[in-house]
Write a protein that binds this ligand. Structure first.
Ligand code: SF4
Ligand code: SF4
Length: 259
């Protein structure tokens, strides 16, 4: 069994099929200079010339698997790294590209064993920064076991037993919601779909704070993806328009939902 380096931990940061938003968020962190100082980067095409993936300690992988090159790179990373973490919701769940009818998009765990994930599209700043520090210090990373509603600033106004129990508005244009930001009551009470009840906490309520309902980018709170969604939606009457809108339920985790 390979052991961790005794001096600075050696890291790789790799990108599969993605928009590179997670790596961009990583590089924008206040703690990123500290990360560069305290670790040795053996592979990071955004910043280093090295094209070879040699043995190292921790690999961060962003993006989903959508072609044979992704699989080849992923396997090389797994063979050479003690620990591998999925960075962002594409790597963790397949991500938004999995809604495509033309492209295949799968989570990296479909091809290699992973040691953990840092979900989010992209992961929120403090959340990502805190987890990066833990990785630099060679500590385990854990995710919240609560749902987003548990920390939502609108939770006091949530009432799932309200009447009428219908959901007729879906997330289609964020600007629509931004204009209504002054309404500070739970989206569900307003008949607007919000996936907070079945989404993992940890994003610092990025969307809610901006007046936009949750789309679930942190991924599901439990492994029972399908039953969670079905049970959740079972609480409401859903409009015809809503029924036709495919992809809203877990648009970031469709491959998981299909399992
Ligand atoms: S459903 Fe959405 S708005 Fe309502 S409490 Fe949960 S996260 Fe907040
Ligand atoms: S509110 Fe939902 S969609 Fe927005 S960042 Fe958080 S988990 Fe992602």
């Amino acid at each position: 069994m390979r052991r961790f380096s005794l001096s600075k931990l050696k890291f790789s940061i790799s990108t599969l099929t993605s928009c590179s938003g997670c790596v961009a968020s990583l590089m924008a962190l206040d703690v990123f200079p500290q990360f560069l100082e305290r670790t040795e980067l053996i592979y990071f095409p955004f910043m280093t010339d090295s094209e070879e993936i040699v043995e190292h300690d921790i690999a961060l992988v962003e993006g989903c698997v959508s072609n044979p090159n992704d699989i080849e790179l992923l396997k090389k990373i797994r063979t050479n790294s003690v620990k591998v973490y999925a960075l962002g919701s594409c790597a963790a769940f397949g991500g938004i590209l999995s809604l495509s009818n033309k492209k295949n998009a799968e989570p990296i765990a479909n091809y290699i064993e992973i040691d953990g994930m840092i979900p989010g599209c992209p992961p929120a700043e403090k959340f990502l920064g805190n987890l990066l520090i833990r990785l630099i210090e060679n500590k385990e990373i854990t995710l919240s076991e609560k749902n987003l509603c548990a920390t939502c600033p609108l939770r006091e106004t949530m009432n799932l037993f309200r009447t009428p129990k219908s959901i007729d508005t879906i997330y289609s244009n964020p600007y629509e919601f931004l204009e209504k930001k002054e309404d500070r009551t739970c989206f569900l009470n307003r008949g607007i779909l919000c996936l907070g009840p079945i989404t993992r906490d940890g994003c610092e309520q990025k969307c809610i704070e901006k007046g936009i309902p949750c789309e679930g980018c942190m991924g599901p709170i439990s492994k029972d993806f399908t039953s969670n969604v079905v049970n959740f939606l079972g609480l409401f009457e859903v409009s015809e328009k809503f029924k036709k809108y495919k992809g809203i339920y877990y648009r970031f985790s469709k491959p998981q939902l299909e399992k």
